[in-house]
Design a protein around this ligand. Structure first.
Ligand SMILES: O=C(O)c1ccccc1NCC(=O)[C@H](O)[C@H](O)COP(=O)(O)O
Length: 215
């Protein structure tokens, strides 16, 4: 249903405590079902690289999203193993933006820059899919940093900066305004298009995608 609605990427959640968890034995069937319409992305939280690779191989995934506190070295190893990697950062305050930038500088230095960074809300005790947005002040600071970084990038020739994915509490009603404000490469949503925890609402998914395209 989400693929039919036109989602570019669809997450397959391999985080057992999540209400969106997909048992590994079901993942390959889901990946096959959306093939040709959407790209499937395996979502992991603080799992060893060997486990990420094993689950991804079994499911037929080539894109993985690391949504915990994974070190850049994990990203390097996954890239070396042929994976496209998204690394998520949960931003609770301005200092979290500094930590994300320091992580990215180190990653770049060791040849581990992820294809994309995903920014999400920080909610203590919850890794993601919280339905909470990044706070307004933090988002303002992030937009300012990203705008400066984009200007600097035009005058330098570093390796390409990671693409930017915005997540956290997005809904069909809020996403267009946030796309205009943040100008992300992609947006990501879980709770905001569900009728109950873990159950996607087809109408809300379509409304969300239409809102993104109009943003
Ligand atoms: O969705 C989950 O249950 C989840 C659990 C643990 C780590 C990450 C998780 N989701 C990852 C995502 O990329 C969500 O789309 C993102 O956190 C935004 O969620 P929401 O605020 O509910 O839209």
């Amino acid at each position: 249903m989400v693929a039919e609605a036109g989602a570019d990427w669809i997450g397959i959640n391999f985080h057992p405590p999540s209400k969106r968890f997909v048992p590994p034995e079901r993942a390959a069937g889901l990946v096959a079902a959306i093939a040709g319409r959407s790209e499937a992305v395996g979502l992991f939280v603080n799992r060893p690289v060997a486990e990420v690779v094993a689950a991804s191989e079994r499911a037929g995934l080539t894109i993985v999203q690391l949504h915990g506190d994974e070190p850049a070295e994990d990203v390097r190893d996954l890239i070396a193993a042929g994976y496209r990697v998204v690394r998520a950062f949960r931003l609770g305050d301005r200092s979290a933006i500094d930590r994300m930038e320091a992580w990215l500088i180190h990653a770049e230095a060791i040849g581990a820059a992820p294809e994309a960074v995903l920014v999400d809300a920080f909610v203590p005790g919850q890794e993601g899919g919280t339905g909470h947005g990044i706070g307004g002040e933090v988002l303002d600071a992030l937009v300012e940093r990203w705008n400066v970084a984009s200007v600097l990038a035009r005058h330098a020739e570093p390796s390409p900066a990671p693409k930017r994915i915005l997540a956290g509490g997005l809904t069909p009603g809020t996403v267009a305004g946030l796309v205009r404000r943040v100008r992300p490469w992609m947006v990501d949503v879980a709770s905001g298009v569900e009728s109950s925890p873990g159950r996607k609402d087809p109408e809300a998914v379509r409304a969300f995608i239409n809102a993104v395209r109009s943003g």
